[in-house]
Structure formats: C-alpha cells, structure tokens
Design a protein around this ligand. Structure first.
Ligand code: IFM
Length: 478
C-alpha cells in the first residue's frame, strides 16, 4: 500500500464531518403504482425479460415507501448524522412535464421532516437514473428537451423542499445514465447506440446546468448545489505510449466528458477528435457550455474501484472486463478497441478490486480540478454475500475492512489538503442492485427479502461507532 493511504492511528475526523449513508428511490422505495406514480425507464426495463438477473424488479424493493419512519429511526439509532436519498421523478411529476402530484411531494416532505426531527441531515439527489417513461418515449436523454424538462422538475422539487433541505445534488453518476443506458444498454432504457450515448451525455451536462439555475431561483441562498460523479481512476497497464494513449482516451470518455463542461466550460479537444467518427457534436448549441459550467457549492465523488486499460495489442490472456456488466455493445464510443484488465488484488462480490489508493487519487484530482469547492464522498462501499448466522446476526468483517481502508484514504486526503466534508456509505441497506437484481448486497443493514426485516450488520455498528466518535474504531476491537 503506498504511504499516502497507510492509516495513521487513531484515524480522527474533523468535528463537523458528515457521517452518512446513501440510497436511491428505485432501489429501495417499492410502491411503484401508488399515489399517482407512473412507470420510469427502470420499471419498463426491469419488466423486460432478460434485462435483470432473475427478472428482479423494484416493484416492492425494500418497501421503504411504507417503512421510512423505521428506516430513519434505524439510522438515528446507529448514530448517522446524514442521509442521501433520491427523488423519484415520476412520483412527483408523473408525465415528466407539467404540474406536480402533491401526494408524491408529501412523501418526501414527510421523509425530510422525520430526518430533521431525528437530527439526520438530508441530502437530496434529483436524478438517480429513473427517467419518467413518457420522457423516454419522447426521445429520452438523447433529446434536448429532456434537459429542459429536468429543469422544470428541479424547480418543483426545489420549491417543495428547499426550505428544509440544504444539500442538493442534481444528477447521480451521469456517466451511467448516458453510457450504460444508451451505449452498452446494460441499464435502462437499454439502447445501444454510441452516438445517442454522447448526445445523452451532453444533455445531462445541460440538464445539470439548467437544473442548478432552476434550483437557485427558488431556494434560499444558503443551500448548496452539487453533482455526484463516478469519475474513473484510469490507469495504464504499462508506461508504453500506446497504453498511455488508451488510458487518456478512456479518461476523456469517463471523466472529461463531464468534468470538461461542468468544471471547465469546454469539452476536451481530445475527446471531440477521438469520437469524430461517432458524432460531429452538432447537438452542442451556442451557450450550452456556459450553461453547464455553473459555479458549484460542492462536488460529490462516488468511488468503488480503479480501471486498468491498455492498447488492444497488449492485452494478455485472461478475464477482461470494464466492470460495467456484460454486453455485446461497448459503453466507450469511439474507443471500443481499448482493452480492459482486471486490476490485481482482492475483490468484492461485484468482482471489483479493492483499492483505496484510487479514492485518495480521485479526491486529490478533484481538489486540483475544482479548487476551493468542498468535496463529499457521496458513495463508497462494497457488496458481499452476507448471511445471518444461527443467532440471526450478520457479521461482515470484509465490509468493515473495506470501510476502514477507504475512510483512512479520505482522512489522508484531508491531511494532504483536500476539503472533504463528509462520507456517505453505499448503501444504508441491501437493495435492488440494478441489472444484478437483489443478488448483490451493498447494505450496512441486512434485508431479509422474504420478510423485509432489517438487521444491522456488524459493519453498521462499526460505522455507527465511527460516526458517534469521529474516530475509526480499530479493526481488532471488533
Ligand atoms: O447501486 C449503485 C448506485 O445506484 C450507483 N452507484 C453504484 C452503486 C453500486 O453499483
């Protein structure tokens, strides 16, 4: 382990640090046909045969819609002081345009009130992948109008909750929405068209800018607006110039495509030229990049594992995966020939290599690219095949070790000068892991899918102790 992420003991965090957990609407709420909600692209996709493992869907999920008071109490009992959740767009604006449904907004107001009452700070994500199906039918993210619809929706939610929620996130992981949704098709809506994926990416950039402006037009100035990016830590297999070039191309498609417009007001020239055979980018209109480049109050970093790439002719034999699910179509338009490699080291149940150095690296990169902008780790965590023991307890030492090493990397980044203000563990509880269905358990809280009973795993207790004390408990004290 490089010195920069070696834990120093005790690992102590600043007093105001936020210790949170994160979830998203479609993954936990269920109640998909209640109170006026209409289908999102994930309802349609998960009900399409062959799209999710075992045909799993979010119809019931973990029934958070009906159990939110218990879930909030659980968080508070554990000692968490922050919770990041997302709003289901089609629950508050069923057709994706026009007037809101009050019952949908009321649900989120009740959730927020419950959180505030229990001393848990809410952070709202407006868009975590569940586009109203009606908007997909009208063209989805490759259509420019979707960005304007998003701004209208942002304004509705900002008006409804802006008086009581200070932390706002426009989009979660727009890379997945664009490139897994429209490129490889492993996510909803399941389209496989590289040009459409790039158009989608641009309209997500535009939506972020328009949505930020819309939120600010209706919310108190004290509120903070951010975006959560799952930027990749892209590493070349070797220092061979061909491998370095492959890494730069993937870095552009994974990171530059969003960092460029959102943080710097321009797409990288190298991205435009590497994708010139896929699209001429004529969908970028005058003023769009200015719109996307809004000053940010904070930035959200979602990190799980690094990415290792090489030029095609340097690919050794063995398993090759970019970690984003199996598809005959690449999520990397114009760079389909780049080879992806399994990074060495232990892996989680997702097959993702555990490497906290990547989190440190990413934090330091954002500190350089967005100087002065407070950073939050808005997702980080691991899936394991957790099972209750004979006494009904769920012991997950691997997850504790994962959290300890990654939180230590965060602490080291703070020591190195990064302004990291909080950490949201992914995820509060086991939930619908998209195309993997319920087979992958990311929760700190175990959910028995037969009864929907919640049992905090040992990692939840460990994390709660860290949250209460601001110091990471030693691994050998468990
Ligand atoms: O479950 C997802 C989440 O919805 C977005 N970020 C990655 C998580 C784990 O795959």
């Amino acid at each position: 382990m490089p010195e920069s992420v070696q834990p120093v003991t005790p690992v102590t965090f600043p007093p105001a640090f936020l210790w949170g957990a994160a979830t998203s609407a479609y993954q936990i709420e269920g109640a998909v046909r209640e109170d006026g909600r209409t289908p999102s692209i994930w309802d349609t996709f998960s009900h399409t045969p062959g799209k999710t493992a075992g045909g799993d869907n979010g119809d019931i999920a973990v029934d958070h819609y009906h159990r939110f008071r218990d879930d909030v109490a659980l968080m508070a009992d554990l000692g968490l002081n922050a919770y990041r959740f997302s709003i289901s767009w089609s629950r508050v604006q069923p057709t994706g345009r026009g007037p809101a449904v009050q019952r949908g907004l009321d649900f989120y107001r009740s959730l927020v009130d419950e959180l505030l009452e229990k001393g848990v700070k809410p952070a709202v994500t407006l868009y975590h992948w569940d586009l109203p199906q009606e908007l997909e039918d009208a063209g989805g993210w490759p259509a420019r109008d979707t960005a304007y619809r998003f701004a209208e929706y942002a304004q509705i939610v900002g008006e409804a909750l802006g008086d009581r929620v200070e932390q706002w996130i426009t989009l979660n992981e727009p890379w997945c929405s664009a490139f897994l949704g429209y490129g490889s098709g492993v996510h909803a809506p399941g389209r496989t068209d590289g040009a459409a994926a790039l158009r989608a990416a641009h309209h997500l950039n535009l939506a972020h800018g328009l949505g930020t402006t819309a939120l600010r037009s209706v919310m108190p100035a004290r509120n903070s607006v951010a975006v959560s990016l799952n930027s990749s830590v892209v590493r070349p297999l070797s220092q061979d110039p061909a491998d370095l070039a492959a890494a730069r191309r993937i870095d552009d498609l994974a990171n530059g495509v969003f960092h460029g417009p959102m943080l710097h007001g321009a797409y990288p020239e190298s991205l435009l030229s590497a994708t010139a055979d896929v699209t001429d980018w004529s969908f970028v209109q005058d003023g769009d990049l200015r719109t996307a480049h809004q000053p940010l109050d904070a930035l959200g970093i979602n990190y799980y594992t690094p990415t290792l790439v090489s030029a095609p002719d340097r690919a050794p034999q063995g398993p090759r995966s970019d970690g984003h699910g199996a598809s005959d179509h690449s999520p990397w338009p114009g760079s389909e020939d780049v080879a992806f490699h399994q990074t060495p080291g232990e892996r989680t149940e997702m097959g993702w290599t555990i490497d906290p150095t990547g989190l440190h690296e990413l934090i330091m990169r954002f500190s350089r690219e967005a100087p002065g902008v407070p950073l939050y780790i808005t997702e980080n965590g691991a899936a394991y095949d957790d099972k209750p023991d004979g006494d009904g307890r769920v012991h997950d030492p691997e997850r504790i070790a994962y959290l300890h090493s990654h939180l230590s990397a965060v602490r080291r980044a703070i020591t190195d000068g990064a302004d990291v203000r909080g950490y949201y563990l992914w995820s509060l509880m086991d939930n619908f892991e998209w195309a993997y269905g319920y087979g992958k358990r990311f929760g700190a809280v175990y959910v028995d899918y037969a009864t929907l009973a919640r049992t905090p795993k040992s990692s939840a207790h460990w994390y709660g102790r860290a949250a209460r004390s601001g110091v990471l408990p030693e691994l050998d004290t468990l």
